[in-house]
Design a protein. Sequence first.
Length: 174
Amino acid sequence: DNGVFLLGNDGAIWATFPPQPEIYGQSFAFREYFQTTMAKGHGIIGEPYVSARTGEPVLTFTEILRDASGKKIGLVGCSLQLNSEKALGNIQSQKFGKSGYLYVYNKSRLMILHPNKDRILKHDVPEGANHLFDAGINGFEGVGETINSKNIPMLMAVVPVAGTDWLVAVQQPK
C-alpha cells in the first residue's frame, strides 16, 4: 500500500506505481534495502524506514531483476506502510490481559512496531533497561519476569522471527 518500484543497478528509479514521474532518475542507492539486495544478489526484507513519499514508517521487500543472460540489472521493490491494517498495524492494537501489549523490535534495538506510535522507528530502550529485551537480542527465546524500560515489573515473552533479526515481545504487568 506504499508502492512498487523498479531501480537500476546504480539505484536510479526507473518506474513507480502509483506513478511518480517527477522522481524518475533519482538515486535511491543510499537506501539499506538497495545496498543489501545488490550485495547479496537476492531479495530481502529490508530494515523499516520513513518513506520519502508519504512520511510514514514502511517496510520494503525486494528481489533482483536479471536480464535473459542472468546478469543483475536492478531490483524490484514493494513497500508497505507498517501501521496499515493490511500490513502489521493490526497487531499493535492487540491486548493481552487487561493492559498487556505486543511489540516488535530488532537486534539493533530499533522499535519496529509498538502500540505507542511515537516509539516506532526509535532506538529508545537503552541496554540494561529491560534484561529480557536484551536477552532476546542475545538469542533468548522464552518467558520470564523483567522490569520494562519505564521501570514497571512485567511478565514478558520473546520469540525471534525466522529469516529476520526481528523479535516479537509480549509484555503484561506483573
